[in-house]
Design a protein around this ligand. Structure first.
Ligand SMILES: Nc1ncnc2c1ncn2[C@@H]1O[C@H](COP(=O)(O)OP(=O)(O)O)[C@@H](O)[C@H]1O
Ligand SMILES: NC(=O)c1ccc[n+]([C@@H]2O[C@H](COP(=O)(O)O)[C@@H](O)[C@H]2O)c1
Length: 202
């Protein structure tokens, strides 16, 4: 079977998780890995010169563990799917080309900034929203560790700009998505794009 890895990257609160959840419901044999699941424990997150705990830097994540999880899927997507409760369509039904594929979605805010994971993607998406909307959505969100006052302007947004610049220097073939569009629009655009890519590889 064919293996196909899709990256859904983008700034915090751009709508990555919302989009990803809908895609995994509608794509065949589709597993997901959320980068948020690889945050180190709070006591291992260091304070920076900006006075804030450094949540929005790549070293706050256990990226080696994330790479190993991706490798686990690549080595045996069927087993990965089964152990993550994903229903796999039967191999024998080979009349339907969709059954010949295994899809993995990797979703997160720092997807394209870690060298060992740069070349695994068949398709790279990156969702953006402007500063004001990002700050507004973020203010309505509660993380396991709530944002202290001033975190967005003092840490989150500056680190986003820094890593986005670094990502663009990596020269990946990234398709940018406008996160200001409706959830339906975003989903339809990406679903169609994936369908087209799959038609080309199958
Ligand atoms: N296209 C959209 N338009 C408006 N609001 C959205 C859109 N997509 C997601 N949201 C909202 O923005 C917030 C963050 O969405 P989420 O999918 O959790 O973002 P992320 O995973 O990128 O942090 C949620 O309240 C969600 O309902
Ligand atoms: N999941 C956690 O343990 C945790 C804790 C503190 C902050 N965060 C925030 O999560 C953000 C990334 O996730 P989203 O892209 O879903 O917003 C980062 O901006 C980071 O500040 C997550």
């Amino acid at each position: 079977r064919m293996k196909f890895i899709i990256g859904i990257g983008g700034v915090t609160n751009a709508g990555k998780t919302t989009l990803t959840e809908r895609l995994i419901k509608n794509l065949p044999n589709c597993c997901v890995i959320h980068q948020d699941d690889f945050f180190k424990p709070q006591d291992q997150i260091e304070f920076g010169e900006d006075g804030f705990k450094q949540w929005d830097v790549i070293t706050s994540l256990d990226m080696d563990a994330m790479v190993n999880t991706v490798k686990g899927w690549m080595e045996n997507p069927e087993k990965f799917a089964r152990s993550h409760g994903v229903t796999v369509s039967p191999k024998s039904d080979s009349s339907d080309p969709e059954h010949k594929i295994h899809i993995l979605i990797i979703e997160g805010f720092l997807l394209y900034n870690y060298k060992p994971l740069l070349d695994v993607y068949s398709k790279c998406y990156y969702v953006t929203i402007p500063y004001g909307e990002c700050k507004r959505r973020r203010s309505m969100r509660t993380y396991t560790v709530p944002d202290p006052p001033g975190l967005f302007d003092g840490h989150v947004w500056p680190m986003y700009l820094k890593y986005r610049q670094e990502m663009e220097n990596n020269r990946l073939d990234i398709q940018y998505l406008d996160g200001m569009r409706t959830k339906d629009d975003l989903y339809n655009q990406v679903y169609k794009g994936i369908q087209n890519s799959l038609l080309n590889v199958l």
